[in-house]
Design a protein around this ligand. Structure first.
Ligand code: HEM
Length: 386
């Protein structure tokens, strides 16, 4: 609650300054949460103390935060606490109402919904561990080394995509200038970057831990039978609100590539993917929309009749379809095969049961395989024939 409603306000900046860096887990929770001594988020969740402590948290205000970084950090910390709070008892123990700050409207100023998104989980959740540039996540949930691998490999895939993202404005500028040489170079750069995103294959993640432990903490309360009524954000609205869970479908990268290459997905897939854009940082969303308003690359390549441009364009499409095939293989291993092997009582020190509501659905809420295959196939349809 904000000042003036009878409750004392604690500036979020001062609460954040009490988060301590540790070599193992990044931020430790501030003392008001743990009372005596310190505990990491996973330890707190495992000890089942988080829920009652969250109720006692002081109301936090974002008004003293300085700049974008602190806002993203605040969203990261509070959305992780929210997921721990909501899912700590598994699917059976969900709550209908949030109490206290973590899941509330204070998260909104960063422009993202009050839930853990891909931008929190991956894009903002890293720090340099040592001078040689090794990385660690800032905040973890249960899942140990597998969770660490899941976050960092996804981060590396995003990093591999950066030259491809940079090639987009270059390509659009070249189309406007009718500069075919620069356009060709930009498309070559894009195809190489998409190829490098095959770092996706290097997962150091145990499928059983991913399936039984990690996935539930990324789940949302939209299209999720475990929380069919959504969630009341106390002090924000008396009506329940529904938000999708964290998913790399919320990553800006493939949306931007699709937009540039003029890929047309099915109506159903497009609806899902567009919904995922609501979970991106607003400048990312604006970037994708701007690409959509630019002159059509595909039309330009078709009209130019330039065989070299057509080949470079098709290399981008093929690389993108290959990436999506590789992703389907990963998802098969981490969800379909893991599901078949599931049922062990305890995985990775965590005795939770695999979430039944997520058996056929992704954390973003899609019908996994029909969606992923349709998106891969419509990508292939984007090829220009000779
Ligand atoms: C264990 C690893 C992974 C699993 C199990 C996984 C699972 C899924 C699932 C189930 C979906 C469907 C949407 C939903 O409901 O959430 C999805 C979509 C998606 N994932 Fe992943 N994913 C993994 C890693 C990655 C990585 C590293 C990336 C790269 C950034 C990625 C990029 C995407 C994209 C872009 C989509 C949207 C569909 C598309 O545009 O092709 N995923 N993923």
């Amino acid at each position: 609650m904000e000042a003036g409603d009878g409750k004392e306000e604690t500036p979020l900046s001062s609460a954040l300054s009490r988060f301590q860096l540790s070599e193992d887990y990044g931020f430790l929770l501030p003392n008001p949460l743990v009372g005596d001594g310190r505990a990491t988020l996973p330890q707190l969740i495992a000890s089942h103390r988080l829920r009652s402590r969250v109720h006692q948290m002081p109301q936090l205000s974002t008004r003293h935060l300085r700049g974008r970084e602190e806002l993203y950090l605040a969203h990261l910390v509070l959305s992780f606490i929210t997921m721990g709070y909501l899912w700590q008892e598994g699917e059976e123990g969900t709550v209908k109402v949030t109490a206290g700050s973590p899941a509330r409207g204070e998260l909104a100023p960063s422009g993202s919904p009050p839930i853990l998104s891909h931008a929190d989980f991956v894009l903002a959740n890293w720090r340099r561990k040592d001078p040689s540039g090794n990385l660690d996540p800032i905040i973890s949930l249960p899942g140990g080394e597998s969770l660490r691998g899941f976050i960092l490999v996804t981060f590396l895939v995003e990093k591999a995509a950066v030259p491809g993202i940079k090639a987009i404005p270059q390509a659009i500028h070249a189309i406007r200038q009718l500069d075919e040489e620069t356009l060709h170079q930009a498309l070559q750069g894009l195809a190489t970057a998409i190829g490098a995103m095959a770092a996706l294959r290097q997962y150091y993640v145990d499928p059983a831990v991913f399936y039984a432990v990690i996935r539930i903490f990324l789940s949302g309360w939209k299209d999720n039978p475990a929380m069919p009524d959504g969630l009341v954000y106390e002090g924000v609205s008396e009506e329940p609100m529904a938000f999708s869970g964290g998913s790399a479908a919320q990553s800006t990268v493939l949306h931007a590539f699709d937009e540039l290459l003029g890929i047309r997905h099915s109506q159903e897939s497009t609806a899902f993917l567009h919904r995922m854009r609501d979970y991106m940082p607003p400048p990312h969303r604006a970037f994708i929309e701007e690409i959509g308003r630019a002159p059509s690359l595909k039309q330009h390549v078709l009209c130019s009749g330039d065989a070299r441009l057509r080949a470079a364009f098709n290399r981008c499409i093929t690389a993108l379809a290959d990436f999506r095939s590789c992703h389907i293989a990963i998802v098969t291993k981490y969800i379909a095969v893991a599901k078949a092997k599931a049922g062990r009582a305890e995985v990775g020190g965590w005795a939770g049961r695999p979430p039944a509501a997520l058996e056929a659905k992704g954390t973003g809420g899609s019908h996994i395989f029909s969606f992923l295959k349709s998106v891969r196939d419509t990508t292939r349809d984007g090829l220009i024939s000779a």
